[in-house]
Design a protein around this ligand. Structure first.
Ligand SMILES: [Zn+2]
Length: 291
C-alpha cells in the first residue's frame, strides 16, 4: 500500500480491504461507462511552472449508473454537489500561472475527494438539508467501487505531478481552488474570499495581505479552517510533503458567470505572481510538528 493510500484510508478497520486502483472485485459493474468523461482532467500537464493547481469540487457530474443519486435537478445545481464557479476560476488561472492543473470530473456527492475515505462526510447521505437517497446505507464494496473509479485516479494524478516537479532540493507550490455558499446554517458569510492554511504561512499570509490591499474582505481560515482535520488534498499532497501551499475559497455569489470567474482568476494571478516569483519559496517546509 502506498503512503497515499495509507493516509487516505485513515484508521484500520474502516471497511476498505484493499482500496486502490486495480483492486476492484471482478463481479462489480464499472461505475463509469466507456463513453463517460474520465475521473479527472489535467490542463498544462507538462507545464514548466513549478506550481500545481487543483480543484477537488470542480464538477457536479454523477456517473449515469448512479441515476443522479436520486436527486432532482435543483439539488444537483446546488453547492452540495460542487463548488459553483471553482472549475472556471481554476481553468482561467492555469494558463496565467503556466501551472499544471488537475480538475476532478465528478461530484463530491459520489465521493468527496477532499476527505479521507473513512471520514463521515466522504459519502454524504444528507447535505445542507438535502437528502441524498443514493448514498443511504452504502456498503464498503460500493464505497470502494467509487473510490477506485474516481478518488484514487484523481489523487494519483496529483501525486504524479508533485513527483514530476519535486526534487531533493526543490518543493513545488500547491494551490487549491474552492468556492463556498454565501448562506449556511441560517447565517450570512461575510468573507468574500477565504484563505485556508495551517502551519506554513509562506503563501497564505502574503496572499491575504495582497487581497486585503485590493479591498477584499478576507476570511483568515474562514469559512473553514485549514487546521481542521476534515481536509485531505492539501494536507496530504502539500502540507505533509512540506510544499508551500494555500487553499483559496471564493464566495459563490461573486462567481455568477464566466466574466466574474475570469476576473477572479486575474485577481488571484496578480496577487500570487509576486509570491511565486520568490525563489526562496520553493524549499521544503520543516517547521511542521512530526515532519
Ligand atoms: Zn470545495
Amino acid at each position: 500500500m502506498s503512503n497515499l493510500e495509507e493516509s487516505a484510508l485513515g484508521s484500520p478497520g474502516d471497511g476498505f480491504s484493499s482500496c486502490s486502483e486495480g483492486h476492484l472485485q471482478e463481479n462489480q459493474p464499472p461505475l463509469l461507462a466507456a463513453e463517460e468523461p474520465p475521473p479527472y482532467e489535467v490542463l498544462n500537464a507538462g507545464g514548466a511552472a513549478k506550481i500545481i493547481v487543483v480543484c477537488d469540487h470542480a464538477s457536479n457530474r454523477i456517473p449515469r449508473s448512479l441515476n443522479n443519486l436520486g436527486l432532482d435537478e435543483f439539488s444537483m445545481r446546488r453547492h452540495i454537489a460542487w463548488d459553483i464557479g471553482a472549475r472556471d476560476v481554476a481553468k482561467f488561472l492555469a494558463p496565467s500561472l503556466g501551472a499544471p492543473t488537475i480538475l476532478a470530473n465528478y461530484s463530491r456527492l459520489v465521493v468527496d475527494c477532499n476527505r479521507k475515505l473513512d471520514d463521515a462526510t466522504a459519502f454524504r447521505a444528507i447535505s445542507d438539508g438535502d437528502d441524498v437517497p443514493g448514498n443511504h446505507l452504502l456498503n464498503a464494496t460500493e464505497k470502494q467501487r467509487r473510490a477506485d473509479a474516481i478518488y484514487w485516479p484523481y489523487h494519483h494524478a496529483i501525486a504524479s505531478q508533485v513527483d514530476r516537479l519535486c526534487d531533493e532540493d526543490f518543493a513545488p507550490a500547491l494551490i487549491s481552488i474552492h468556492s463556498f455558499t454565501p448562506f449556511f446554517d441560517n447565517s450570512h458569510r461575510p468573507w468574500e474570499v477565504g484563505i485556508l492554511w495551517d502551519n506554513d504561512p509562506r503563501i497564505a499570509v502574503p496572499l491575504m495581505n495582497s487581497l486585503r490591499d485590493k479591498g477584499f474582505k478576507i476570511g483568515d481560515n474562514e469559512p473553514y479552517s485549514g487546521r481542521h482535520p476534515h481536509d485531505f488534498t492539501v494536507d496530504y499532497h502539500g502540507e505533509k510533503r512540506g510544499l508551500p501551499h494555500a487553499s483559496i475559497e471564493i464566495r459563490q455569489d461573486l462567481l455568477p458567470d464566466t466574466d466574474s470567474r475570469r476576473q477572479w482568476a486575474v485577481t488571484l494571478a496578480d496577487c500570487l505572481q509576486p509570491i511565486l516569483e520568490n525563489k526562496e519559496l520553493y524549499r521544503f517546509f520543516t517547521d511542521t510538528p512530526g515532519a
